[in-house]
Design a protein around this ligand. Structure first.
Ligand SMILES: [Zn+2]
Ligand SMILES: [Zn+2]
Length: 290
């Protein structure tokens, strides 16, 4: 429920000058403005499901994105009804967008190539069709060892770049040098998973395993697990078990019930099982580093 002290879902992932948005609860537009997030650089939006707390902020963002001058197509991912919802608001609120929306209807687990990142979707277990997302940065450059190159007589310069980009080269004396001679395959790109609203899921697509940052809902304490089951949400303990199962590096809890005085009690419960845990607050920033 939107309330000054109680945020609704909306997570921005920043990567190489691009912004990626997970869900857009009411007021997401003003939050983007408050935290200086450019809507012009927002070309990919992922909506988990069609409950209002995840979607009411979307039309405003779409309108404002156009007003800020973006003509770039927008990639929008979500359940089937998302497309109808956007078309209906366009029709009844009489607004036109001067950019194209490429809508992708999610059905199951699939991987999409978005240029600098890849997105893998998976099905969650909620009261209506709901999807989780994994973003992985694409790494093309091989891990290069200058000392190995120099030893083989490859002079510093454009040849190094070619080898890093997985191209073989020929030296002036006619010797061929192949990328594996001086480099290792590209390192695995950093990953973020966004999993809400759902009962704990037992099996995920392989891309979700060893995730660097897992954002997972934790609506209830385990004491209230019967209600969690009935409402198709997770407890903090269950979120921690998922983090363990996925071998996550860090867990960030979100989507709390208002009945608890502070979400701190939820992260305390999760910490018994998964110590590297925190809870999401409005304006919070986390950095994922190598
Ligand atoms: Zn929901
Ligand atoms: Zn929700």
């Amino acid at each position: 429920m939107p309330d000054p002290g109680f945020p609704v879902p909306g997570f921005i992932i920043k990567h190489q000058g691009e912004n990626y948005l997970f869900d857009a609860g009411e007021n997401s537009q003003t939050k983007l403005a408050r935290y200086g997030i450019s809507r012009v650089k927002l070309n990919n939006i992922f909506i988990s499901h069609m409950h209002g707390d995840h979607t009411l902020g979307l039309p405003g963002i779409l309108i404002r994105r156009g007003q800020e001058g973006s003509r770039q197509p927008l990639n929008l991912f979500g359940p089937q009804k998302l497309d109808k919802y956007i078309r209906a608001t366009q029709r009844y609120l009489s607004y036109r967008l001067h950019y194209r929306i490429n809508f992708t209807e999610l059905k199951d687990s699939e991987t999409y190539d978005l240029g600098k990142i890849k997105m893998t979707s998976c099905r969650l277990d909620h009261r209506l069709p709901t999807f989780g997302f994994l973003l992985q940065e694409v790494k093309n450059k091989r891990k290069f060892y200058p000392e190995k190159a120099l030893k083989l007589g490859v002079p510093q310069g454009p040849l190094w770049g070619k080898l890093q980009n997985n191209l073989s080269v020929v030296l002036e004396d006619g010797r061929p040098i192949n990328p594996p001679d001086v480099s290792d395959p590209p390192p695995r790109g950093k990953t973020v998973a966004y999993i809400t609203d759902t009962r704990p899921v037992a099996e995920f697509p392989r891309e979700f395993y060893n995730v660097d940052l897992l954002i997972h809902e934790a609506m209830f304490l385990h004491n209230d697990r019967a209600e969690a089951r009935q409402k198709y949400h997770s407890t903090a303990r269950e979120a921690a078990l998922v983090a363990n199962h996925l071998n996550a590096s860090k867990l960030l809890l979100t989507h709390f019930s208002r009945r608890y005085d502070s979400p701190g009690v939820l992260s305390e419960e999760a910490a018994d099982i998964f110590p590297n845990v925190d809870w999401a607050q409005t304006g919070m920033e986390l950095k994922i580093t190598s």
